[in-house]
Design a protein around this ligand. Structure first.
Ligand code: ADP
Ligand code: MG
Length: 320
């Protein structure tokens, strides 16, 4: 398929966002300025580094690529509105498979009323997908990592380790409890946009999304805020049937596994009830897992069996 008909095939017939003036089809897209602040993020996914044909179906590649970007919006307290896709097409993927990737993106985009408004299409040796997301946040309500304060509560949404458990199930054929649940958490994660938005009334919340593991994400908040985060190992929430996996894997996945796209945050004690009510309204779990202190030699301590261990930034690190 040539580039022109490819673009025609992925082009939306109509757009949902009222601030869009011009979508796909000209040299650039145009959005009309709004009173809200504009939030922009980009993420790149490379074949055989971030995904591979052997383990991930095209539809799920699309879903996860856009989910990762949407999760960055959630972590800023923003509502995603638009996305642009720059794609390097390789001969390892047929045009049908590439269309399935875009279908996967469309499925999660529709959930948030997002429009595909542009991109770029070229060919190369390895497939690479770079997605730019544009969203909106009310003025003074963006959620920064640098907003954690001494005596704050540390909380996390959902349960951790499920995505890695799903990946394990896919790669180690056996009989598991709640198999489909874990696999779905891995293949089609749902970022916490509604929850983050629901916290809008609170003036200060530090938020980060868990893409690389809570150890890493907590350290990013601590470092940006120049404080120490204390996490209680036994308070970190996991799914009911999570105990079926080997205990060293349970620990590894929940602390360093990542890709759960849950949110970790800190908030003052007097706003904690409000955060719990927000999660309750939306129907997701939120759990208090620790507290913030002034900086004490390390950014994150894991409290376990009456000891406290400095938690290394041990999530997946591309530079290692
Ligand atoms: P130009 O040569 O001006 O860069 P292109 O032929 O690359 O134009 O793109 C034509 C239109 O199609 C533009 O609106 C562009 O944003 C859109 N487009 C190209 N590739 C993609 C893609 N992978 N996803 C979404 N839109 C795309
Ligand atoms: Mg172009």
């Amino acid at each position: 398929m040539d580039e022109f008909s490819f673009i025609q095939s992925i082009k939306q017939h109509s757009y949902k966002q009222s601030s869009l003036i011009k979508g796909v089809g000209d040299d650039a897209a145009i959005i009309r300025q709004s009173s809200e602040d504009v939030v922009v993020a980009v993420d790149t996914f490379v074949e055989n580094v971030h995904f591979s044909k052997e383990t991930t179906e095209p539809y799920h590649i699309g879903h996860r690529v856009l989910a990762a970007n949407i999760s960055d919006m959630a972590a800023m307290g923003a509502t995603p509105a638009f996305y642009l896709v720059s794609i390097v097409l390789s001969k390892h993927y047929s045009s049908k498979e590439v269309e399935e990737i875009f279908e996967g993106m469309r499925s999660i985009a529709n959930r948030y009323g997002m429009d595909l408004i542009g991109g770029d299409t070229v060919s190369g040796q390895e497939m690479s997908i770079s997605v730019t997301v544009i969203g909106y946040v009310s003025q003074k309500r963006a959620r920064y990592r640098s907003d954690a304060r001494e005596k704050d509560i540390v909380f996390v949404t959902g349960t951790l380790g499920d995505s890695q458990a799903g990946f394990h199930i896919l790669n180690n054929a056996s009989t598991y409890q709640d198999e489909t649940y874990y696999i779905e958490k891995h293949q089609q994660p749902i970022p916490r946009v509604e929850f983050a938005k629901r916290l809008e009334e609170i003036d200060r919340v530090a938020l980060n999304d868990i893409s690389d593991g809570i150890g890493n994400e907590a350290a990013e908040i601590a470092e940006a805020s120049q404080v120490t985060l204390h996490l209680f190992e036994d308070k970190i929430p996991t799914s009911a049937s999570y105990s079926q996996f080997p205990s060293e894997l349970q620990e590894k996945w929940k602390l360093f596994g990542g890709e759960d796209f849950e949110l970790v945050g800190t908030v003052s004690k007097d706003k904690w009830t409000y955060v719990q009510e927000a999660a309750n309204d939306i129907g997701i779990p939120v759990t208090e897992i620790g507290y913030v202190s002034q900086y004490k030699n390390n950014y994150v301590y894991l409290h376990k069996d009456n000891r406290h261990i400095p938690l290394k930034k041990d999530g997946y690190n591309h530079l290692k």
